[in-house]
Design a protein. Structure first.
Length: 284
């Protein structure tokens, strides 16, 4: 089976996008007309992931996040200055005949979202999920503390450490996976009819206030919104917490799950492997 044929099956599995779609998904390197010798699913196509892909004898690297350090994630460097790291990475891909296909927008458009389906499955939280509120997915635990949650996340996500807010001994019951806490992420119409610009972070604070969410696991954070709210809550004696694991770590297990459904799509005819991208950060 050619790599192009593999990708066509993946696109048939996902919801159809308009023909004029011009997003970040697509080929980032290599020749899709060659025979597929094997597939590696990885969240990020790091240099080490590329080396492991070659060692496994695979020539299709199926990824979720950017290859080349920009939001549009063009398959070539367009910033107007020389990027030696890009050149070396590109050479490594070419030397090993590896094709990169990025699947970001299609994965998140899937119903249910194919990344977070995998995150929930491989965290083992399917039976703990009690609801959703916008982008937030809410879980309940009968015997959970801040310390226990830190330990679980480190083990399941292969983390080098966690930045968190909260007291280790505090009991937490409701925990929410929430989106990226960036400013001005969407416009919101107040129920009073007054227009105002609402940061998604404000919606997360509402979730904690009105839904009784004790702790959040966000994708990305800024310090002056929800993080400051949670710190103040803790200083006021409330059992609140935030586990700042980071964007990549939050979505990592979605690519472990990709192995499951890609194998099924291909009737197990081609080897498919999961290679963790590993924690981007070290902790001193």
């Amino acid at each position: 089976m050619k790599i192009r044929e593999v990708i066509e099956k993946i696109l048939e599995y996902h919801p159809k996008f308009p023909e004029e779609y011009d997003g970040c998904d697509g080929y980032k390197s290599g020749d899709p007309e060659v025979e597929c010798t094997g597939i590696v699913c990885a969240l990020v196509p790091t240099v080490e992931v590329i080396r492991k892909t070659a060692k496994l004898g695979c020539n299709l690297l199926y990824v979720h996040e950017p290859s080349y350090y920009s939001t549009p994630d063009y398959p070539d460097w367009r910033a107007g200055f020389e990027n030696k790291i890009y050149e070396e990475k590109r050479n490594l891909l070419e030397e090993n005949g590896i094709v990169i296909w990025r699947d970001h927008d299609h994965s998140h458009a899937h119903k249910p979202d194919s990344i977070f389906t995998g995150v929930i499955k491989y965290l083992g939280w399917q039976d703990n999920q009690t609801g959703e509120d916008g982008m937030a997915k809410i879980f309940e635990f009968s015997d959970m503390t801040v310390e226990k949650m830190n330990k679980m996340l480190k083990e399941k996500l292969l983390l080098n450490g966690i930045r968190y807010i909260g007291k280790a001994e505090d009991q937490i019951t409701k925990v929410a996976l929430v989106g990226h806490l960036l400013p001005n992420i969407f416009e919101h119409q107040a129920t009073t009819g007054n227009n105002y610009c609402s940061e998604y972070a404000t919606e997360v604070i509402r979730l904690m206030e009105e839904q009784g969410v004790d702790a959040i696991i966000p994708g990305e954070v800024i310090d002056w919104t929800v993080m400051s709210y949670i710190r103040d809550a803790v200083q006021l004696g409330k059992a609140k917490a935030a586990f700042n694991i980071g964007h990549f770590n939050m979505e990592e297990l979605g690519m472990k799950y990709a192995v499951d459904w890609i194998l099924e799509l291909l009737d197990n005819e081609i080897p498919v492997h999961y290679v963790p991208s590993e924690d981007i950060y070290q902790f001193a």
